[in-house]
Design a protein around this ligand. Structure first.
Ligand SMILES: [Zn+2]
Length: 107
């Protein structure tokens, strides 16, 4: 059963920026963050966080829909990569990285 998710402001500690579950953006390092708990089938829960931009816009459902559309589009692009990636060996990777590091030291 889908239940409503009640969010409320709480002190954030301003330590880090985190994902906004409404728009997919990031919260700012502010003193207050808005969070709630979403119940998931099987008794699991997850924290739902809302950024200041979304709180000010009050346009939650439109932003949630756009965010979900973007996630679905990204998922389709990710699935399209399955079985199609050509990737350098670890040795090739490390050689280029070492060359890059050697070239970046300019004293
Ligand atoms: Zn947001």
């Amino acid at each position: 059963m889908m239940t409503n998710v009640k969010t409320k402001p709480r002190q954030s500690g301003m330590a880090t920026r985190r994902q906004c579950h409404v728009c997919g953006g990031r919260t700012e390092k502010r003193a207050t963050v808005c969070e709630g708990v979403q119940m998931i089938d099987g008794g699991e829960t997850r924290v739902v966080r809302i950024c200041a931009d979304c709180i000010e816009s009050r346009d939650f459902d439109k932003r949630l829909s756009a965010h979900a559309d973007a996630l679905e589009a990204e998922a389709a692009l990710t699935r399209a990569l399955i079985g199609r990636l050509s990737v350098p060996t670890v040795q090739e990777w490390r050689r280029v990285e070492a060359e890059e590091m050697a070239g970046s030291v300019n004293f």
